[in-house]
Structure formats: C-alpha cells, structure tokens
Design a protein around this ligand. Structure first.
Ligand code: HSE
Length: 436
C-alpha cells in the first residue's frame, strides 16, 4: 500500500514533538496502522528558526494553503494554535475533503459544533485527543472506554502550567512570575499565558470533556472560570493544616437541575490521589454509574507527550480511512442527532462547600457576628480556626470550612460579612470538593 501523506501546520513545540514521534516510531506506527505514515510537507511562520525536529525530508513553506490545497496530502495536522488562521485553515481542509488532527482546544471549544457538522457533511474526521490533558488519552477513554456508562461527574487538573506553578510555589516557595517564566521556557504555557493562569485554557478543555461526557453541545461561554492568580501562600498553608491541598480543577457534574461547568482553585482532601498530582502532570477523575470512579494520569503538556496524542489520532484516522463515515465513532461521542442541550447552571446555582479566610479586628463578638450571618443564610460551619496575626499586620485571620451550600447563599453571606466594621478588606473564598 502507498504511504499516507501528512501535512503539518505549525512546527513549534507540539508540531515538532509530533514529527519526532512519527519519525522515530515510524516502523511501530506502520505495524499498527497497516501503512507507512509520512510527513511530506509542513508550514511555519519562520523557515529559518531552529527546530526540535529534523525537517530534512520535509518540504517547508510559509503558506499553509499550499499544504491544504495539495491533492496528495490526506491528513492535515493543525498544530499552529489560535482561532483565526487555524479556523480558516481547518474549514478549508475539511472543504477539500482532508481529515484533520488538531491539538487546538480553543478552536474546538469555540467552533467545534460547526467544525464537526461540516466534517460530517464532508465525510471526514476531525480528531482532537491532544486538545485535552496533553498525552493522557482521556478523549478516547470517555468516548469509547466508558461508553456503556452514564457519566455522573468528572473533575480534572487540566492545565499543566497552572499545576506546575502551584506545585513549585507550595513545595519550594518560589514566586509566581518566576515559575511562569520557566513554564514558558519549557514550552508548557500558551502563547498568551493568561489563558493558563486565568483558567481559560482549562475552561476550553472542560467544555470539550463535558460535551463528550454528557452528550451536550460545546458551550465555552457557559463555563464559570476562575484562575490561580489570587492564591496566596497563606491559603496554601492553612489548607494544608486542615488536611487539604489547593488544586486548580475543572469540574463538570450532571445534577437534577442541570449541568455544572466550572473551573476554579479547589480545596481537596490531601489523601485523594488527585491531590498528589504535581508539576506539569494532569489527572482526570471520571465517575460513571457502572464503573465507579476512574482516574487518568500523565503529562499534561510538552512536545512529545502532546505529540503522542496527535500521533494516536493520526493512526486512528488511517485505520478508519476505508470505513463508512456513518459507522465511525461520533466526533462528540454521541450521535449528532442525539446531542441534547441540557441547561447549564448559572454560577450562583452551583452547590459546593467553601473555605473562607477573613481578616478580623481583635475585638469581642466578631466571631459571634460572623457565625450568625452564616446561620441566617442557612450555611453550616464544618471547622473554624483563628490564627495569629500575619507578620506586620494587626488583624486576625479567621479560617472557616463550611458545609455544602448554594453559591448564591454564600455570595449573600460574604457581602454581609464584608459589611461588618470589624472585618477588614475582602474575604477570600475557595471552593471545596471531597471528590468522594
Ligand atoms: N498550556 C497548556 C497547559 C498546554 O499548560 O496545560 C497543554 O494544553
């Protein structure tokens, strides 16, 4: 059989990693796919830039459309990122009848509904394993391995950069900015790293996971998103004292009232396996009604881990080339006509437990006022500790853990507590999940 020709758009960290894996493991890959898979063409913005991969046998161009319009190329790897040119190229590739493999979570989260509709119309595959959790085959696990289950919830550390920053801050006391610069140098961070630290990247990935877990449309605009920039060392330490770790989680849960879609720092019991996922590693917990809780762990970013996921998709595409498009695994796990627009809950209708840190004046009656406000709002306190003033400050930190309550009740309680003359500044609120 003739080799399958692949064109790569973008030769940065992910593109370079994918080319390296395809080249180094070419024989093993051919044994699996049943055909040789060869990268013949690639595009890059700057052809003179040093690369992590050998491009000797690859025709290079700065014009990605040359690749999209090349009739010999059957599979396009969109590894350039961004949602402007990448979107145009992906639609053009589909229009030309080419299969697409992408690592672009923003593109899938924002435009996936249209992309998959177009791909189905044209009978081509758009594969996106590398878009979520780097090298972990989480899309395949949920879409195929757990397809007999009703998925109840999933929770994941799905941004490697953010987890790397939190881990280095906790374990080595390093500065946020310093660790972020290292994550950028290692090729973990997004082109715009605010996507990593403000939770946007995790929101894109959660959008994709929720769609394939619950059979709902991709709807990034409905994800509640909060990043890690407000996390202080003091909160990390108090959480540890109480037996918890702070992790940045993406959580999707199907409730009677609708779907929760949220990304935020979260206290989780330190004995949970996922609480011990450190550095650039990612992990996703998925709870199915039949299988129970399952956990998937691996490198969440980086050249070859992400390349591993890209290449797995390429092999899947090659294996499916001769199959009838109607009988392929649906892009979003559920048949397109069976996708249901279940309502996504507003942030204030989310139910969770909370960690609160208040700075209080050292006066009698402060605690009584605070606990009364919580009781009036029907919020039960699980634990409460009063600490010594932080260095250079006179106010006393009060740390509280509450039981589960509706976010709107907590918002009201926080507003009332912040209005007390004895409470200084803003109250820190971090959501808490047992993941049991
Ligand atoms: N910036 C992303 C991360 C890359 O750190 O997880 C992998 O999607």
């Amino acid at each position: 059989m003739k080799p399958i020709k692949v064109g790569v758009l973008g030769l940065g960290t992910v593109g370079g990693g994918a080319v390296n894996v395809l080249t180094r493991n070419a024989k093993e890959i051919a044994r699996r796919a049943g055909r040789d898979i060869v990268v013949t063409h690639a595009s890059a913005k700057d052809l003179n830039k040093a690369r992590i991969c050998d491009t000797t046998d690859i025709v290079l161009t700065t014009d990605s459309f040359e690749i999209i319009n090349n009739p010999e190329i059957e599979i396009i790897l969109e590894l350039m990122g961004g949602t402007t040119q990448a979107k145009e190229l992906v639609f053009a590739a589909i229009e030309n009848g080419k299969h697409v493999v992408t690592a672009n979570k923003a593109l899938i989260a924002l435009y996936g509904n249209e992309i998959f509709a177009k791909a189905s119309e044209k009978g081509v595959i758009v594969a996106f394993e590398a878009a979520v959790a780097g090298g972990i085959p989480i899309i395949k696990a949920i879409r195929e391995g757990l397809s007999g289950n009703q998925i109840e919830w999933l929770a994941g550390i799905i941004n490697g950069t953010g987890n790397f920053i939190l881990t280095e801050m906790r374990d080595k006391g390093r500065d946020f900015a310093d660790v972020l610069a290292e994550a950028q140098a290692l090729g973990y961070a997004e082109a715009d790293p605010t996507f990593d630290v403000e939770g946007i990247d995790a929101g894109h990935k959660l959008t994709i996971l929720a769609a394939i877990a619950f059979g709902i449309p991709l709807q990034f605009s409905k994800v509640y998103t909060e990043g890690i920039t407000q996390i202080t060392r003091a909160d990390v330490n108090y959480a540890e004292e109480l037996g918890y770790r702070i992790k940045h989680l993406g959580i999707a849960r199907k409730t009677q009232k609708g779907i929760e879609l949220r990304v935020h720092p979260t206290l989780i019991p330190h004995r949970r396996l996922i609480a011990n996922v450190n550095g650039v590693m990612n992990a996703v917990l998925v709870k199915g009604d039949a299988v129970g809780a399952t956990l998937y762990y691996g490198a969440g970013a980086g050249a070859e881990p992400t390349g591993s996921a890209v290449v797995a998709d390429v092999i899947d595409v090659v294996r499916a080339l001769t199959s009838d498009p109607e009988n392929r695994v649906p892009h979003l796990a559920f048949q397109p006509n069976a996708i249901v627009d279940i309502p996504v809950l507003a942030a204030e209708d989310i139910k969770t437990a909370y960690y609160l840190r208040l700075n209080a004046e050292d006066k009698p009656g402060v605690l009584a006022d605070v606990t009364k406000i919580l009781a009036d709002q029907n919020i039960s306190i699980e634990a409460i500790i009063q600490k010594e003033p932080l260095k250079g400050e006179t106010s006393l930190p009060i740390i509280m853990l509450t039981q589960q309550t509706l976010e709107k009740e907590m918002n009201a309680a926080i507003a009332k507590m912040e209005a007390l003359s004895t409470i200084i500044g803003k109250i820190t609120r971090i959501r808490m999940e047992t993941l049991g």
